[in-house]
Design a protein around this ligand. Structure first.
Ligand code: FES
Ligand code: FES
Length: 417
């Protein structure tokens, strides 16, 4: 992917950079580390007339602690922040910096670039919101301080004016008895957060929460501070009762017929069917590949219809019959589909195979003689990352032929047995 054409300049000073922004107002983009901007340029979601590289601008990457705050220059890299001894005293800042992206991203990506980019899934905004940081922006007419809580306006939109440069982020010194953490859920190391939360809590002399900051990322169009939750924490002991952990979710008693056997369980309504099968019933043949309804590794049959069990609640299966891969073979005799996958090399690592087999069994139950095209359409919701689909299709064709032949074979008269 090649970005659209643009001019490139490397001003020698902040004043020179600000001059370019004024002269090309609205048509310029700043390049600090590039790890947020380059993907946008390549996708042509950003097409600036001129790219202003801040590399030669001195004084933008300092990290200084004053009596009241930690000041981090906008061009300081995540890695530099993570390794800085002063920043290490700001636990949320230190923790977030060390968990951003991967080593390459941390080597080049910058705190200012990340915040100015305002990706709703990036890590820093949650930290700035929780710590009530201040963002310093410079233009030719002076300096402007913007509270983090007024800074992130919308997806990829901030309060920075086109003629301003984000020069510094200031984190207030944590008061006594203050602690915090930044935690995120990511699908793989280095991914953007699926959800991220930064929490800072300060206890008063009475041991109760005197101040709290909660910043959330990747849960809305823009990062935001959970102000209601902050207010709810103030004055509490911050324990389970305060955060609602003791509020037990109601459970429901369900009965599910799994592979012909009635099974019962007491489940929370939020429990997914795949977790009921794997974690409660111990049927781990049903796999979880993506958890986002894409891969089909979790496919089972529910009342004879194929379903992605990661996308169905356990309570939805109450009173129904569920078939899993564990019920496909007839004792020690493989199902024709299993035998065909073996014969035709329809699997390699086997991760997708249980879901693929269950989907194929559903397909053949409704169409005993599917064409190649119908097979491909029938398994379109099942992804195989290693075998490729040619042998899988051949396997299903073989199984279909075997099953048709078995259906056409007249049963032997009882007397002849
Ligand atoms: Fe259910 Fe991928 S785990 S579709
Ligand atoms: Fe490996 Fe399909 S056999 S993912």
């Amino acid at each position: 992917m090649i970005p659209a054409a643009f001019e490139y300049v490397r001003p020698p000073s902040l004043a020179a950079a600000l001059r370019v922004l004024r002269e090309r107002e609205g048509g310029a983009k700043l390049l600090a580390g590039g790890y947020s901007l380059l993907p946008l340029l390549k996708l042509r979601l950003a097409q600036p007339g001129i790219l202003v590289d801040l590399r030669d601008v001195d004084g933008l990457d300092g990290i200084v602690e004053t009596e009241s705050e930690l000041r981090i220059g906008g061009r300081a890299t995540h890695r530099r922040i993570h390794e800085d001894p002063a920043a290490a005293r700001y636990s949320i800042v230190h923790e977030a910096a060390g968990g951003i992206g991967d080593p390459q991203v941390r080597n080049w990506g910058t705190i200012g670039g990340s915040c100015a980019h305002a990706d709703p899934s990036s890590d820093w905004p949650a930290v700035l919101l929780a710590t009530k940081a201040t963002i310093v922006c410079r233009s030719e007419t002076g300096e402007r301080m913007i509270a983090a809580r007024d800074f992130f306006l919308d997806t990829f939109q901030t309060a920075i004016e086109p003629t301003e440069i984000l020069t510094e982020i200031r984190f207030p010194r944590p008061g006594p008895r203050t602690g915090g953490s930044y935690q995120k859920l990511e699908r793989r190391a280095g991914d953007f957060a699926t959800v991220g939360v930064a929490v800072r809590v300060q206890l008063g002399a009475d041991g109760r929460v005197a101040d709290a900051g909660i910043g959330l990322t990747a849960v809305a169009d823009t990062p935001f501070a959970a102000t209601d939750a902050e207010a709810a924490l103030i004055g509490t002991d911050g324990g389970d009762a305060a955060i609602g952990e003791d509020r037990e979710m109601s459970t429901q008693h369900i009965t599910v017929t799994v592979n012909g056997e009635a099974r019962e369980a007491e489940v929370e309504p939020r429990l997914l069917l795949v977790h009921l099968l794997r974690d409660v019933f111990g049927l781990t043949g049903t796999h979880i590949g993506c958890d986002t309804s894409n891969c089909g590794a979790c496919t089972v049959l529910v009342d004879g219809e194929s379903a992605k069990s990661c996308t169905m609640l356990a309570v939805q299966a109450d009173g129904r019959a569920v078939s899993t891969i564990e019920g496909l073979a007839n004792g020690a005799t493989l199902h024709p589909l299993q035998q065909a996958f073996w014969d035709q090399h329809g699997l390699q690592c086997g991760f997708c195979t249980p879901g693929m087999l269950m989907q194929a069994s559903w397909l053949l139950a409704g169409n005993a003689d599917p064409s190649e095209q119908e097979i491909r359409e029938g398994i379109a919701g099942n992804l195989c990352r290693c075998t490729g689909y040619v042998n899988i299709v051949k396997s299903i064709q073989q199984a279909a032929a075997v099953m048709r032949a078995a259906d056409e074979t007249p049963a032997e008269p009882a007397a002849a047995r």
